[in-house]
Design a protein around this ligand. Structure first.
Ligand code: FES
Length: 107
């Protein structure tokens, strides 16, 4: 279980508990947090679960796999060193306190 804070582009914050084993995308979806669309359901095939991760947390996360790297090219306004596809981040206890900033829009 990890407490994750999702911050919408307009500044609205949502802090929720997300069970380990889910993805950061599923945590947003299951809590009806706006800003993550996840059109492909988590298959790393749409890039509509794009979000920005603060630098300190970005370094702690497992690395970006090649498939995610490719799909990030299709995300809206990706930023190197910040952008991740949230369906590719598995929640563990170690992610307690994670802050996820949602982009102005998805593609
Ligand atoms: Fe489609 Fe993440 S939900 S790439």
């Amino acid at each position: 279980m990890a407490k994750i804070t999702y911050i919408e582009h307009n500044g609205t914050e949502h802090t929720v508990d997300v069970a380990s084993g889910l993805t950061v995308m599923e945590g947003a979806r299951d809590n009806n947090i706006p800003g993550i669309e996840a059109d492909c359901g988590g298959a790393c095939a749409c890039s509509t679960c794009h979000a920005y991760i603060d630098a300190d947390w970005f370094r702690k996360l497992p690395g970006v796999e090649a498939m995610e790297e490719d799909m990030l090219d299709f995300a809206w306004n990706p930023e190197p060193g910040k952008s991740r596809l949230t369906c590719q981040i598995k929640v563990t206890d170690d992610l307690d306190g994670l802050v996820v900033r949602l982009p102005e829009k998805q593609i």
